[in-house]
Design a binder for this molecule. Structure first.
Ligand code: B12
Ligand code: SF4
Length: 532
């Protein structure tokens, strides 16, 4: 085997990345780099960062929305391959999330067709949960790194570079010389997260151009890995295991390190943890320290559970404190107000109590000028049309009454590594295939069909069936609710023009147009307008 010195880590595009308001460098790739860089020459191609600064998506941007992914995917793929090739890697590592798996698989096929001798290592959520299936599906994947990747990748590269057997490297799956699929023992979690070196973005291809554009860039860090929750639709617990925390000092050190290196456009620190407020006393201690150290910085809590806000405090206490330490945004996973649906999602909280907490938080948020973003899941199997509308109305009402409240809801979807996925495999959950309708979806892309259903189910393509309505009626209710959501998105944009406009410009795509044209999206053909 050729000497191994250079590794390129590629993070593929997030589907609909064009429309995402938050595009930040992948911390996963950054951590892998931090651990490898002493021994290997690392380059990172994070495709999500490339489109605003390069002509990466030029064909895409020329197309009138809604376009078809069929037209654009081959071009994106070709460009990704060229950029990866330009870095001349001895090994290519590829990251993934469930919902870009079909694209990832096709990228791997196309890359290896041109570069058969470059060993390819795949990591991320779905490969961790379905290593056998992926190795069976794709002869082009040489190794799968399961779970937390830093030390697995380091050890694997060390073995490969010395031409030594890899079967003792924990946390990998591969085909041996006889073509048999081998899974080595799981790698235990990193016990002390503080032992990880600080990460930076020096090895990200195109980072300097990305960062020099005067857009929404801020510090994006995590103070923990994993989550104490065990929600049935979520893959986090199965992937990360027990929730672990970085020390306050480590987190402060990491932030300072990034701030010393880079001039971010916005004075903000965004906490990307899955469940940031598991203990009020810890949160209070950490955020107080952060505020003392970086007093001019605003803080955003991207994900927290509503239950979390009463783990050791009242909503009042939480909000008062949040204001004091400059928190300007809180994203709350509310999920549902329907008790049966909450139970289905493995949540025990009582919906009435939930409502009270939400209302309090929103009222207090408004008083303190803290934006509160609620995310919900509507359309669980046992929900009637009435249930779904009642829930949407609760959100709409909040939105109408409170300037600082935002919300989004989605139907539930199936991810490998979740309880729901296992229930589906055991026949406990019924799923149906939707007709092709929306050009927005990767479902219509060249590639997804080969992999959909086998290793992943795109929510636009597959739905968990409802037990109270037939598919046609269910689709129609969801469609109408989604239209309302789009309308509210329009209003939200007017309310917070600065926030929205920055993101629109940054993404280099015309979201205004999307909203306008959404009124003309092809009707699903499921009957007349729903009165709610
Ligand atoms: C931060 C984050 C975001 C940020 C991403 C910013 C960025 N670029 O970092 C933002 C806010 C943009 C975001 C958006 C979304 N997200 Co998000 N996000 C996360 C979150 C909380 C952390 C990701 C992270 O940085 N992890 C820390 C790093 C260290 O881990 P990592 O990236 O996984 O990498 C490690 C391993 O996976 C492995 N590894 C990964 N790749 C590779 C490659 C190789 C070669 C090797 C060896 C190892 C390896 O090693 C790494 C180091 O240990 C995760 C949950 C989670 N805890 O992972 C959800 C998560 C990834 N998001 C999720 C979802 C659903 C979304 C959205 C679709 C939400 C929505 N409905 O809009 C959007 C997608 C946007 C879009 N338009 O499509 C889901 C994905 C589900 C799934 N199974 O794929 C997750 C798991 C959350 C959840 N509770 O389910 N998200
Ligand atoms: S949905 Fe959120 S609270 Fe539930 S297990 Fe996943 S990360 Fe934890």
């Amino acid at each position: 085997m050729k000497d191994i010195k250079k590794i390129t880590l590629l993070f593929p595009p997030i589907p609909n990345g064009q429309w995402t308001w938050v595009i930040l460098p992948s911390s996963g790739m950054a951590y892998l780099d931090a651990v490898l860089r002493d021994k290997f020459d690392v380059k990172i191609v994070d495709v999500n960062l490339l489109h605003p600064t390069t002509e990466f998506y030029e064909e895409y941007n020329k197309l009138k929305y809604p376009n078809t992914w069929k037209e654009i995917h081959p071009q994106i793929l070709e460009k990704m391959i060229k950029i990866a090739e330009k870095t001349q890697p001895d090994v290519l590592g590829v990251g993934s999330w469930s919902f870009n798996m079909s694209f990832v698989m096709e990228f791997i096929r196309a890359f290896k067709a041109r570069n058969p001798h470059i060993p390819l290592i795949l990591g991320g959520i779905t490969p961790t949960h379905m290593p056998t299936e992926i190795l069976q599906l794709s002869p082009y994947v040489d190794y799968i790194a399961r779970g937390e990747g830093e030390y697995t990748l380091l050890e694997l590269l060390e073995k490969l570079s010395l031409n030594k057997p890899v079967n003792k490297v924990r946390g990998i799956s591969f085909r041996n010389k006889e073509g048999k699929i081998v899974h080595t023992a799981d790698r235990p979690q990193i016990k002390k997260l503080d032992e990880l070196p600080f990460f930076d973005y020096e090895n990200f291809v195109g980072f300097k151009q990305w960062n020099s554009s005067p857009k929404m860039h801020f510090v994006n860090v995590m103070a923990s890995r994993g989550c104490v929750g065990r929600c049935s639709f979520c893959s986090v617990a199965a992937f990360w295991g027990k929730q672990r925390f970085y020390s306050d000092e480590y987190v402060i050190g990491q932030i300072k390190y990034l701030l010393d290196l880079y001039d971010f456009a916005e004075d903000k620190i965004a906490w990307m943890d899955d469940n940031f407020v598991v203990s009020f006393s810890r949160t209070k201690r950490l955020l107080n320290k952060i505020h003392n150290k970086f007093p001019e910085y605003k803080q955003q809590i991207v994900d927290m559970r509503i239950e979390g806000t009463h783990s050791g405090c009242t909503p009042q206490e939480f909000l008062n404190f949040a204001k004091k330490v400059n928190v300007e945004f809180m994203g709350l996973g509310m999920e549902s107000l329907n008790s049966e649906s909450l139970a289905f999602m493995n949540k025990t909280i009582n919906p009435e109590r939930y409502k009270k907490i939400v209302l309090k938080l929103i009222n207090l948020g408004e008083k303190n000028e803290i934006r509160v973003y609620l995310s919900g899941i509507i359309g669980l199997p046992n929900e009637t049309k009435k249930d779904m509308i009642r829930q949407a109305n609760f959100f709409i009402d909040l939105f109408n009454k409170h300037k600082f409240a935002e919300y989004a809801f989605e139907p539930p979807c199936l991810h490998p590594g979740t309880k729901l996925w296992n229930d589906y495999l055991q026949g406990k959950i019924k799923v149906y295939r939707r007709p092709l309708q929306s050009a927005k979806s990767w479902h219509e892309s060249l590639f997804s069909e080969k992999y959909n259903h086998l290793i992943w189910m795109e929510p636009n393509a597959y739905r968990i069936a409802n037990t109270k309505m037939d598919a046609e009626e269910f689709e129609y209710v969801l469609y109408r609710l989604f239209r309302i959501l789009v309308r509210l998105g329009n209003i939200a944009r007017e309310r917070q023009p600065r926030f929205f406009v920055e993101r629109l410009e940054y993404n280099g795509s015309n979201l205004n147009k999307v909203f306008e044209e959404s009124n003309n999206w092809p009707h699903y053909g499921f009957g007349e307008v729903l009165k709610i």
